[in-house]
Write a protein of this length. Structure first.
Length: 258
């Protein structure tokens, strides 16, 4: 009897009996869309989470492998914080006015990971701002001597056309493009903004002077922070990179001989 009970237990199976008036195919067809919808909803919320976790893991591994990038980020944040004080503190803001924001923009575009790159870009920024501002002031002086609005607009437009055309062409010269491409671009930007604003601004010379001063302030903060706080030199980076590559090459050659 015990053997018969064991055999009967093994032969037991479940049979789904559909409700009256409904077939088993209808039950299957109703459960499939619900399951697909649940899977799609889970995937919709899980994919962004997985991407964020993967991004954070890659960022952490990069920071551990190369802490110099973390140091560079902290230095940029410090420079922006110090320059922003010229905008938040009233005595400093009263002396420079709304042009203080150009110091913040200068820090953003000039600060590089190495000291040499920061100095090179700072020189380009200073030269481009000085040249563009000088040309803009000169064009406005010539245009204002006419005294007529139509002639002023015409001469200013001609100056913008000529300066922008020549500067844009100079950017394609290989010897200048390698070193002064950024400076030429800043020259075009500064000339255009000062010459166009000069038509509506009465104190044009003060505007150009304040803009040049704020750019110099941003450049000074970038250079000092880059050189004083954990300076990163391109030669040191090159030496360490070559050393790491030579060690990897030696390890691979040892593995081949082994």
């Amino acid at each position: 009897m015990a053997k018969k009970n064991e055999v009967s237990e093994k032969l037991e199976s479940r049979i789904n009996i559909p409700a009256p008036g409904r077939s088993s195919k209808e039950l299957v067809s109703e459960s499939v869309p619900v399951h697909k919808g649940w899977v799609g909803l889970k995937g919709f919320f899980s994919r962004p989470t997985l991407k964020i976790r993967r991004f954070l893991a890659n960022a952490w591994s990069l920071a551990v492998a190369d802490p110099i990038k973390v140091i560079h980020g902290c230095k940029v944040g410090l420079a922006l914080t110090l320059v922003s004080l010229f905008y938040y503190i009233w005595p400093l803001f009263d002396g420079l006015g709304g042009n203080t924001v150009w110091a913040v923009l200068t820090v953003i575009v000039v600060f590089e990971s190495t000291v040499g790159a920061t100095i090179s870009k700072s020189i380009n920024r200073a030269m481009g701002t000085s040249l563009g501002g000088s040309l803009a002031v000169g064009v406005q002086m010539i245009a204002r001597t006419s005294g007529k609005n139509i002639e002023t607009i015409t001469e200013t437009s001609e100056g913008c056309l000529f300066t922008a055309a020549v500067a844009s062409f100079v950017r394609f010269i290989p010897s200048l493009k390698a070193r002064f491409d950024y400076g030429v671009m800043v020259c075009i930007l500064t000339f255009s903004m000062i010459s166009v604003n000069g038509y509506r601004v009465e104190k044009l010379y003060e505007e150009a002077y304040e803009r040049l001063v704020t750019v110099c302030i941003g450049i000074s903060f970038c250079i000092f922070i880059s050189m004083l706080f954990s300076p990163i030199w391109a030669g040191t980076q090159l030496h360490s990179s070559i050393s790491r590559n030579m060690e990897k090459l030696a390890d691979s050659l040892d593995g081949m001989h082994a």
